[in-house]
Design a protein around this ligand. Structure first.
Ligand code: HEM
Length: 136
């Protein structure tokens, strides 16, 4: 008999916590993303995870729990380039699909993709260059 994990069928603070925790486990094992995070967060990951629970709570549950400026934070990160956003999204999508049923995972993935696009535009768009940029 095969057993299938029951997937979460609604958005809650608890589900968000599971998603964020599982996603950053993958990020920290990723050859390309891990070094960028390790540089920015050399010590305790607690505050970053708390911030990300609040961020996704604001995005998905419109709780307004997150106060911050993601674009400014990402500007300050050495080594971030457009192609890494594809990697970030691939890991995020994989995690959302593992935890949530299709309807909910589509919602998370759509929000993540839209925010990633706007971060990329803010970080890399230059009017004198073609968009999207080459995958560099
Ligand atoms: C290449 C892709 C990405 C990389 C390498 C990356 C890396 C990071 C790192 C290292 C931090 C911690 C910064 C610090 O505390 O100094 C951070 C913060 C954050 N990231 Fe990303 N990120 C990426 C994409 C995204 C995307 C697509 C989203 C949203 C969907 C996102 C949302 C956030 C938020 C909300 C914070 C907290 C900002 C704050 O301190 O208020 N990131 N990111």
């Amino acid at each position: 008999m095969t057993t299938m994990a029951v997937k979460i069928d609604h958005v809650s603070e608890d589900g968000i916590r599971q998603l964020v925790d599982a996603f950053y486990v993958k990020v920290r094992q990723d050859v390309e993303l891990a070094p960028i995070f390790a540089r920015a967060i050399p010590g305790d990951w607690g505050p970053h995870l708390d911030k990300m629970y609040a961020f996704w709570s604001s995005v998905m549950l419109t709780t307004g729990r997150y106060k911050g400026n993601p674009l400014a934070k990402h500007f300050a990160l050495p080594g971030v380039r457009p192609a890494l956003f594809e990697r970030w999204l691939a890991l995020f999508n994989e995690t959302a699909e593992e935890l949530f049923d299709d309807d909910i995972s589509v919602e998370f993935r759509a929000k993540a993709a839209r925010i990633a696009e706007s971060l990329k535009l803010g970080l890399f768009y230059r009017p004198d260059r073609p968009w999207p940029p080459e995958a560099v």
